[in-house]
Design a binder for this molecule. Structure first.
Ligand code: GLP
Length: 250
């Protein structure tokens, strides 16, 4: 894993945006794996800015989101579909038909997971997968204990995750108890992975992740150590509990 230390959230977002923009410019039909949460919002703002000033085109790009809440309509402002529309899709020229997000309102959720895996595995794999990390080490919605061989599946969200995500809802009770998420094995199929990490509340999990060689299903993000092309872009606060600064992991 390569680690790029950014000064702050803004720099983290700019570094990530530069990598994505270069990919889309060199490969106009790139497949992008996208994430939600507070962390990638700055990256999406930079992509929109670049689209407006440099006209980088997303006309042939396909996007695949990591996850979606179960039981929330795509039109609901709390859905990840809505989040993506608001923070990225409405502002760039990616065609609707090339946007892929699991449907958390599907009648048969198991069939929806299978359908999503088929979409993901169509043609070449995802070129760049963006990831954030939960304070308990989850990636996507793969909570601690998730099998590293998992594909798209339904998860029960932990209380920690529901509480962390309650800031996007009116009340904690409104946060869904389940989600559909790409599995760890599905995520690791991407050719390149960018893990974005910002803020002091991620310092503990970064310390856990980066101070041992351990690959453990109790820390889902440690699965990334099994991938050949992972770059962690983390800001100073997120790396503040690590004594060795500017180090290379492995
Ligand atoms: C959610 C998402 C994850 C995201 C995580 C961290 O649970 N499912 O994909 O990485 O939260 O969110 P944030 O970036 O807001 O800290």
């Amino acid at each position: 894993m390569k680690i790029l230390e950014a000064k702050n959230y803004h720099e983290m977002s700019s570094i990530a945006a530069k990598i994505i923009i270069e990919k889309v410019q060199s490969k106009p039909d790139a497949k992008l794996g996208l994430a939600t949460g507070g962390t990638p919002i700055g990256l999406y703002e930079e992509l929109i800015q670049d689209y407006r000033s440099n006209r980088t085109s997303y006309e042939r790009v396909c996007t695949y989101n990591l996850d979606e809440y179960v039981g929330i309509n795509p039109e609901d402002s709390n859905s990840y579909r809505y989040f993506m529309e608001e923070h990225l899709f409405a502002h760039i020229n990616v065609p609707e038909s090339q946007i892929h997000i699991p449907d958390g309102t599907a009648e048969d959720l198991e069939a929806e997971c299978e359908r999503y895996d088929v979409e993901l595995n169509r043609g070449e794999g995802v070129d760049i997968q963006i990831l954030g990390i939960g304070s308990n080490g989850h990636i996507g919605f793969n909570e601690p204990g998730t099998s590293f061989s998992s594909h798209t599946h339904i998860v029960d969200l932990t209380e920690t995750t529901r509480k962390a995500n309650a800031r996007f809802f009116q009340r904690l009770e409104e946060v869904p108890t389940q989600a559909i998420t790409m599995g760890i094995a599905s995520i690791l199929k991407a050719k390149e992975i960018l893990l974005l990490v910002s803020g002091i509340n991620k310092a503990e999990v970064m310390k856990k992740l980066l101070t041992t060689d351990e690959v453990d299903e109790q820390l889902p993000a440690s699965a990334l150590k099994n991938h050949h092309n992972v770059t962690i872009i983390a800001d100073e606060e997120a790396l503040s509990l690590l004594r060795e600064k500017k180090f290379q992991y492995k």
